[in-house]
Design a binder for this molecule. Structure first.
Ligand SMILES: Cc1ncc(COP(=O)(O)O)c(C=O)c1O
Length: 416
């Protein structure tokens, strides 16, 4: 077994060859073309190292999986202690651990969201949420956003942008896509057959486009008037990422269904889920075991969820996120003012931030330069002119300075 540490026996080159041989040679070639031609090794806090010992500040965080940094001790300790007592548990049987994690979530969820069904990935959470919506309303229709992303399975894949699903058709029917931030389009798209309006509260793969004030108020009202449910995907933007527990809290909107994932894992045990209100729970009278799945609600994951929520609710935690956000924004104001030929603007909430260049080519160039300057950040796949900056929420003030100076060097090194 090779030692996969920065000073271990395997180099980037060896590991790339091994990946090309046994994982996918096409994938390795594609990554080489993107400048991501290294292999992840040691990781700690906000940093990861490649197998040759080069370190990067992780401003990708796997889309929010590493909100608490890499290998957070509080989560590791809780998971190790849990493994002395429990295994995954039987999905069919009731579990105290699942109920405790669901209660911890209920304490921070918006409005009357109370129940949780735990899943093993964000995509599976989308499956469950849509099943609940269709089951409750007995309607087939789903209205979702253009350029959205909800995972690569079933309903989620069908709702995603066509660049993700073009090879896998026919997709599940009943989907209507509408442009972002267009209330009238949602209004027109909903009819008597609409079960649910599903959207990311802040569309992530679309480049962290923040909805305007008043938007969700009107969407909520339209759903209420037309008997459709509102489902918000907070897999990326939830759990403190935007400086509040949930992005929905910025507008005080209460959805009927809310998906979470990524950061609830603490980066160490995959767990996600969907939360729902009493109204939605009523459907389980008809089908109490609506989503049998062996790994759903695995108990070690629910233990991690409780610890993650404890961390998130510690006094000062969200203040830190907001302080680091302000520091980034000041730095980005300065970069945008000094390099107007390369940067158009920056946007985002909390530590979900995007730098907008003038073109896809510039977005790609900025990503390559950032990686070359040891800042791991990628462009938004559905808006490639945007570089996404999503560091762990525990990033320190000094580390923000390091990211800003790395980005400044990256912007300077880009061709206009
Ligand atoms: C907003 C959003 N929803 C859902 C998903 C799917 O989550 P997973 O990759 O855990 O299936 C993702 C993944 O990137 C996401 O960003």
């Amino acid at each position: 077994m090779p030692k996969q540490t920065s000073n271990g026996s395997m180099s980037n080159e060896d590991a790339l060859k091994l990946n090309a041989r046994y994982i996918s040679s096409s994938r390795v070639s594609a990554y080489q073309a993107y400048g991501l031609d290294f292999v992840q090794g040691r990781r700690e806090g906000v940093r990861i190292w490649d197998l040759d010992g080069n370190s990067f500040i992780n401003c990708r965080s796997s889309g929010g999986v590493f909100n608490f940094g890499h290998r957070p001790q509080f989560a590791i300790d809780a998971l190790k202690a849990a493994l002395d007592e429990i295994d995954m548990g039987d999905w069919l049987l009731l579990s105290p651990y699942r109920a405790l994690a669901a209660r911890a979530l209920a304490e921070i969820l918006p409005g009357d969201l109370q129940y949780t069904f735990f899943t093993a990935s964000g995509a599976e959470a989308a499956e469950c949420a849509v099943k609940l919506a269709r089951g409750l309303t007995r309607r087939p229709g789903i209205v979702c956003l253009e350029n959205g992303y909800h995972g690569h399975v079933g309903f989620g894949l069908a709702m995603d942008d066509e660049i993700y699903n073009q090879w896998y058709r026919p997709l599940t029917p009943g989907i209507t896509r509408v442009p972002m931030n267009d209330v009238d389009a949602v209004d027109r798209a909903i009819d008597d057959s609409t079960a649910v309006v599903c959207m990311e509260t802040i569309p992530a793969t679309a480049g962290y486009i923040v909805p305007p004030d008043g938007y969700f108020e009107r969407i909520r009202e339209i759903c209420n008037n037309r008997g459709a449910l509102l489902m918000l995907d907070e897999v990326q933007c939830g759990m403190g990422r935007t400086g509040k527990f949930w992005a929905a809290d910025h507008w005080k909107v209460v959805p009927d269904l809310l998906m979470f994932g990524k950061s609830t894992s603490g980066g160490i045990y995959p767990i996600s889920g969907c939360c729902y209100s009493e109204k939605v729970e009523n459907f389980l009278k008809a089908d109490p075991i609506f989503h049998p799945s062996s790994y759903s609600g695995a108990e070690p994951g629910t233990v991690v969820v409780c610890e993650v929520i404890k961390k998130l609710t510690e006094p000062g935690f969200l203040d830190h996120v907001n302080n680091m956000s302000r520091k980034f924004k000041l730095g980005f104001d300065d970069l945008c003012a000094r390099f107007p030929d390369k940067l158009v603007e920056h946007r985002g909430l909390g530590l979900m931030l995007a730098l907008e260049t003038h073109s896809e080519e510039q977005g790609f160039a900025l990503m390559r330069q950032a990686v070359a300057h040891r800042i791991l950040a990628v462009y938004a796949n559905n808006r490639r002119s945007s570089l996404l900056i999503m560091p762990p929420l525990i990033i320190s003030s000094d580390e923000v300075d390091e990211v800003l100076s790395g980005l400044e060097a990256s912007v300077k090194a880009m061709k206009a």
